[in-house]
Write a protein that binds this ligand. Structure first.
Ligand SMILES: [Zn+2]
Length: 251
């Protein structure tokens, strides 16, 4: 839940109070947003505790995150993607513009199961890029739209909520911008789930994981996927909330 949702709930409560036009659903939404905040917290906590646990569990073959990433790329016939180390924690990502798999320092040098799972997942994105996996292509096309939207969205929605009775067009514009970010978070789901699926299949086929530790790698990646699912549902709930405000205005 972001600060904008809180402000808009209070702003809308005032409008509802002054006009008596939109009372009931505000409380439903306050409860829903609190529910989403609690679930987001639990999902994040679960992810952190899984990663802490599996970061201490050695893979057993001595391969670092970097070794895993390079092997998975080569096994998939990819030789033009570089594996580099990037500062920070959980900063791992694949960058399609310069074709680099960026592994956080903890993953790059680590020989743990968590490191193997993360490294293989990021290479899953490199494989998607190389094979022009459609949801990844769509996601990349949405990036400029979403970065434009996220610069303006807070202000447009905030002004839109306060002026909904006189200039509903502003809120409508904000809703359209917000909808692109919701779409983006849903397009992210198949991209993330497919990258993990490719990672786990390869880890098993290449004999990197075995019967004893494969379920740990799978569990770590599943926990990461839940955070994307919650983010998408949360974005959808927020979008519906703004649409309800728009539809609930007095004409
Ligand atoms: Zn990913």
């Amino acid at each position: 839940m972001n600060i904008l949702s809180i402000i808009s709930i209070f702003a809308q409560s005032n409008i509802a109070y002054s006009t008596h036009s939109t009372s009931g659903y505000n409380y439903t939404y306050i409860l829903l947003f609190i529910g989403i905040a609690v679930i987001s917290y639990l999902v994040q906590w679960n992810l952190n505790s899984k990663f802490n646990k599996f970061s201490k569990m050695p893979l057993g073959n001595g391969m670092t995150g970097r070794d895993i990433a390079e092997k998975m790329l080569h096994d998939n016939g990819i030789y033009d993607v570089k594996v580099i180390s990037t500062p920070g924690q959980l900063t791992d990502h694949y960058n399609p513009t310069n074709k680099t798999v960026n592994l956080s320092e903890g993953v790059y040098n680590s020989t743990s199961i968590a490191a193997a799972a993360v490294a293989a997942h990021e290479c899953g994105h490199a494989v998607q890029h190389a094979t022009q996996y459609a949801p990844l292509t769509m996601r990349s096309k949405l990036v400029p739209v979403v970065s434009f939207a996220s610069n303006w969205i807070t202000w447009i929605l905030l002004i839109g909520i306060f002026t909904v009775e006189s200039f509903p067009q502003i809120l409508l514009g904000g809703i359209i911008l917000f909808a692109t970010t919701t779409l983006f978070s849903f397009v992210t789901l198949p991209v993330e789930i497919d990258a993990s699926r490719r990672a786990l299949a390869w880890l098993q086929e290449a004999g990197i994981t075995n019967n004893n530790n494969h379920s740990a790698a799978s569990s770590a990646l599943r926990s990461a996927a839940y955070t994307y699912v919650v983010a998408a549902l949360s974005s959808l709930a927020t979008l519906i909330y703004y649409i309800m405000i728009y539809l609930g205005r007095r004409d």
